[in-house]
Design a protein. Sequence first.
Length: 155
Amino acid sequence: MSVAAFVRIGAGAAVLAVTFGAAACSQPAPQKCHRYDALSLTRDNAFAGKLEWKEKRMIDAAPERIEVAMTVIRPIRGPIELVHVVGDVEEDHWTLSVPDFNNVPTSLCWIAPPNGTPNCGASLQNVPFSPLGYYYLRPGDNTVLEAGLSFYLCD
């Protein structure tokens, strides 16, 4: 076998090795995630609402989360609480430390599972978490104009 033929075989093997190696190390397909807008909490409904959740999906791992969007008159005067009740039992109680970004009236808080990244200091303690139930918001000393509750879930 000539040296030139040996070099061609070696180069071809190197290309195959790189190709298969790159395929083996490629990133997994991204998860398909969707946001489900669930409740509008306003003064008209005393910042409370019941969610009839017919989906079988539950929050159990990041990037899944509860999203709480709020319009709050600034300055923020303390935490805002969100309570989740199932039946007659208070299942979850989250204290949201809403950041005061340059007097912007809207805020979005993420309540994430233990391996997620909450941005308002509140995490889900009991996973998997079913969105089914009754929710109410306690504004504390803050003037909350409205809040929206949604659930970010992945397939």
